[in-house]
Design a binder for this molecule. Structure first.
Ligand code: PSU
Ligand code: MN
Length: 294
């Protein structure tokens, strides 16, 4: 079912560390042409740490773990690339379509491919004011063994609600050198987290002990706060107008998150884009360090 890039095939044969990377951030999270540049730079960052990048996507009905250069270009530039969550995978494959994978779908495929570490920007979560709009990311992370490095959940979400759901699902959250849960664009979402880790080797130790204790059915979230956060006043203004714009435009379902991210990028005149890029680069570096530590 799964096809591997040349680089990932070699890494698997040699037992080298591999880091899974998500593709929805490329197709639906970042504007063109920056998206392709960032996708390439992120892969380079993983390599520079001694690990191998495996960007995951579906192309013409086939699942790829690791993309060749021309495939990455297609994910970044083709208008027909849809956003696929776990429930869409079999349908996209059966119909021969092409899709970028969300955190949920990427985690699922990475786990099938035997990859333990995954870097993304921000997780999906519970949406504000919509009781039943909860990202399938949470459901997938509740049943998939993977270490996911992110900058918390997007501040466009109901952060308190999302943290409660993570607790319900028994998904551990580790603050990387912090006790404050990060808010994607913001270093601190205003909510604290109990467990703090200081190094990739500490995370590797927890990963291994979880296995011994048979508490390893879920993902582990490593929350890595952005260093140079978005201007707080600008952030809060855009958040308020963006949520109102989404409601009045009747945006629903899987369009909500891309709509809000695009609203931030266009309204903040590059500021949210700068932060988003910093986040994904820092998370990929940390994920590569963790993969090496494992
Ligand atoms: N992080 C980013 N940009 C993104 C996303 C995460 O920096 O575009 C994507 C991920 O693919 C995540 C998805 O899984 O947003 C969540 O969408 P939803 O709320 O529809 O589940
Ligand atoms: Mn949703």
């Amino acid at each position: 079912m799964i096809k591997y890039s040349k680089e990932v095939t070699a890494a698997k044969n040699q037992g080298r560390p591999i880091v899974a990377l998500e593709s929805t951030i490329i197709s639906h999270g970042l504007p063109r042409p920056t998206n392709l540049d960032v996708a390439n730079e992120v892969e380079e960052i993983v390599r520079s740490q001694g690990a191998v990048p495996a960007t995951i996507a579906i192309i013409d009905g086939e699942i790829f773990v690791g993309l060749e250069a021309d495939q990455l270009v297609r994910i970044a530039n083709d208008d027909n690339i849809v956003k696929a969550s776990t429930r869409d995978l079999a349908i996209i494959c059966a119909t021969g379509k092409s899709a970028a994978t969300t955190v949920a779908a990427t985690s699922h495929i990475a786990n099938l491919a035997g990859i333990d570490v995954f870097a993304t920007g921000g997780l999906g979560g519970v949406h504000r004011g919509h009781q039943y709009d909860e990202s399938a990311d949470l459901i997938e992370l509740a049943k998939t063994k993977i270490i996911i490095v992110c900058a918390g959940v997007k501040s466009i979400l109901d952060v308190a609600g999302t943290l409660e759901r993570l607790e319900t699902f028994a998904i551990p959250v580790l603050g990387y050198k912090t006790n404050n849960f990060p808010g994607f664009y913001l270093t601190d979402s205003g909510f604290s987290i109990e467990h703090r880790v200081e190094s990739p080797s500490e995370i590797a130790k927890i990963w291994n002990l979880r296995h011994n204790l048979n508490t390893d059915d879920t993902a582990i979230i490593v929350a890595n706060p952005v260093k140079n956060q978005m201007d707080l006043k600008l952030h809060n203004e855009i958040l308020e107008t963006g949520l109102a714009a989404a409601t009045s435009a009747h945006i629903t379902g899987k369009e909500v998150t891309p709509f809000l991210l695009e609203y931030f990028h266009s309204t903040s005149k590059g500021e949210s884009l700068r932060v988003n890029i910093e986040i994904i680069k820092a998370n990929s570096k940390l994920a590569a360090e963790i993969a090496c530590a494992l």
